[in-house]
Design a protein. Structure first.
Length: 252
C-alpha cells in the first residue's frame, strides 16, 4: 500500500529474503527516528505506570515537608529510586491553588483550609493541636492558666495572614468576641520558635514542630481548649493520578 501511494518500489522481493531499494533506504532514514521516539515515549509511560520511572509531584508547606513528609520521601525514594520526586513548597492555601492549576499531582495541607473547594478527594492522615510557647525567663507564666483575653496582653507571634494557621487562630479569637492583633507575623514556624526561645514574644505553632527537651521553651496552659486540626492529603478529580502518586498517598 505504501509503494502504491508513493508510486515507486521500496522492497526488492525474492523467494528467500526481502531487501530495501535505494528509495526504501531513503524513507527508512526518515521513518526510523520517529519510530524510535514513539517507542521511547511508550517505554516511559510503561515505566511510570510500573514505578520504574516517571515523576512524583507533591505540593506541601515547609513545615509539613520538614516535620512530616521527610521519612515518607526517604522510604519512597529507597523503594523506587528511578521515580523523580518534585516537591513544590507553598502555604497550605497556595497549595490548593497549585492543585487546581495541575501544577502538582496532590497536596498535603492543613485543615480547615478556605482554599479547598470544588471536586476534591480528601483523606485525613494526621491530627494535631496548636499551642502557645514562650521562654520561661522572659514570660513568667509557667503554671498559670490564662484565658484568651489575658493572653492578648502579651506580644503574640504567629504565621502571616496567607496561612491556614492564621485563619484558624483569628477565627478562634473571633468566636470569643476578641480581636487578635499579633506583634509579629512571619512565614516560618521554625523562625517563630527561634524568636520565642530568645524571649521576643509568645509563638503560636503546631505541637509537632516543638523541639523535645528544650529548656528555653514551655507550653502555656489555657482556660479555653483549642480545637484540633487535621493534616490531609488532597487530589483532584480533574488531575490524572499516576501510579507513583497513588502509591505515595497510600503510604501516607
Amino acid at each position: 500500500m505504501l509503494e502504491k501511494k508513493l508510486d515507486q518500489p521500496l522492497f526488492i522481493r525474492s523467494t528467500k529474503k526481502v531487501q530495501l531499494t535505494p528509495e526504501g533506504e531513503i524513507l527508512l532514514k526518515h521513518v526510523e527516528p520517529a519510530m524510535n521516539l514513539i517507542r521511547k515515549g511508550e517505554a516511559q509511560l510503561l515505566e511510570a505506570h510500573s514505578l520504574k520511572g516517571g515523576q512524583l509531584r507533591i505540593g506541601a508547606s515547609d513545615t509539613i515537608c520538614r516535620y512530616y513528609l521527610v521519612p515518607y520521601l526517604q522510604r519512597f525514594h529507597q523503594e523506587f529510586p528511578n521515580v523523580h520526586i518534585k516537591v513544590t513548597n507553598h502555604t497550605s492555601i497556595d497549595c490548593a491553588r497549585s492543585l487546581e492549576s495541575g501544577e502538582v499531582d496532590f497536596i498535603v495541607v492543613n485543615f480547615p483550609n478556605s482554599a479547598l473547594t470544588g471536586d476534591l478527594n480528601t483523606r485525613v492522615i494526621n491530627e494535631f493541636h496548636d499551642v502557645f510557647v514562650a521562654n520561661p525567663e522572659a514570660f513568667p507564666l509557667m503554671g498559670r492558666r490564662l484565658t484568651l483575653a489575658q493572653l492578648l496582653k502579651w506580644p503574640i507571634m504567629m504565621l502571616d495572614r496567607r496561612s491556614t494557621t492564621s485563619e484558624f487562630l483569628h477565627h478562634v479569637f473571633q468566636q470569643h468576641q476578641l480581636d487578635l492583633a499579633p506583634e509579629i507575623e512571619l512565614s516560618s514556624n521554625d523562625l517563630l520558635i527561634d524568636l520565642a526561645r530568645i524571649g521576643l514574644g509568645i509563638a503560636f505553632v503546631p505541637d509537632f514542630c516543638i523541639p523535645k527537651d528544650c529548656p528555653d521553651l514551655f507550653i502555656l496552659e489555657l482556660e479555653e481548649r483549642l480545637p484540633a486540626r487535621q493534616m490531609m492529603v488532597v487530589s483532584s478529580d480533574y488531575t490524572p493520578i499516576s501510579q507513583a502518586a497513588r502509591h505515595f498517598m497510600d503510604m501516607l
